[in-house]
Design a protein around this ligand. Sequence first.
Ligand code: NAI
Length: 360
Amino acid sequence: MVKVLAVLYSGGKAAQEESRLFGTIENRLGFGDWLESEGHEFIVTDDKEGPNSVFQQHIVDADILVTTPFHPAYVTKEIIAKAKNLKLAVTAGVGSDHVDLNAANERKITVAEVSGSNVVSVAEHVVMTMLVLVRNFVPAHEQIIAHDWNVAQIARNAFDIEGKTIGTIGAGRIGYRVLQRLEAFNPKELLWFDYTDLPADAAAAIKARRVDTLDELLSTCDVITVNCPLHEGTRGLIDEKAIAKMKKGAWLINTARGAIVKREAVVEALKSGHLAGYGGDVWDLQPAPKDHPWRDMRNPLGGGNAMVAHYSGTTLDAQIRYANGAKDIIKRYLAGQPQDPANVIVENGGYATRAYGQRK
Ligand code: NAI
């Protein structure tokens, strides 16, 4: 018998009414009954902060931890030191930066995620956010709700995506899908920056140019989308200096991880108008505190904020995929079978993927 601890978000009334909200504590990833019928213990909670949280009480003897990036249990070095039995940390979704991967390696804990499970969901959200920002949608909609009508006030800051130069930091599963989708908008040019090559056939299949440096991407693009994992090499990557290299009036979209971008740098750049807009669904702390400045920051014309709660990768379509994927990872572990290599982030004390930073 193993003890499995899952930290998920609370679904409340929505989860009672919608059983496909698998990522909630109520619906237990859709496999709680299966796990218990196999004789295992399954603790599910959304209570994850502080030493008295259910998470910290149960992590001390859990064998497997499952958590989602949407309501992440932060598995720090200190938590790993407490988690004496932990052998497997499963991310129900994509992005395992909530685990201190180096500390997991020291203890030879396997960290696995459900690669690819929600990459289309996020790519669609990126394109949507791009449209919302560039076309100045949010203040236009707010105006209507306020029973107002002022075309010029909106149109003075509304543009087309056609003809713009658009670039992605990271051209992995999501970044590549964003490029694929943007082709249809006839941009001036699509650019990508990544230290990993695309397979030759994938590179040939899209009309996008690789740039050698981040600086070139920053200074050339009208719109930039961030699609790399959070790791030592990307934490705070987009700071004041990086934003200063961007064109005045550029738009920045980040659905990767909030901490890749420096909180105050974005607030200031939006306030000054250096950035025309910032949007995404990821925050440096989740749930975002009520007074987080990204909630109500605006550009000088009253728009430019397309922030939402972290949901781009947790559409109902995505939830079934990452719930099934997490079950498969646990099943393999219980059966002593190897994991699908595409899902493994760290294993046997080392990184199994190149996506979390360049290492020897
Ligand atoms: P992936 O592993 O397929 O691709 C990531 C790419 O980023 C790799 O090609 C890697 O070489 C590149 N990269 C890493 N560091 C870089 C750097 N410093 N500069 C440029 N490129 C760099 O991952 P995938 O599936 O595309 O996901 C990317 C990230 O998106 C995840 O790690 C996660 O943080 C985030 N994500 C967010 C979701 C949401 O709901 N908002 C859902 C799914 C993923």
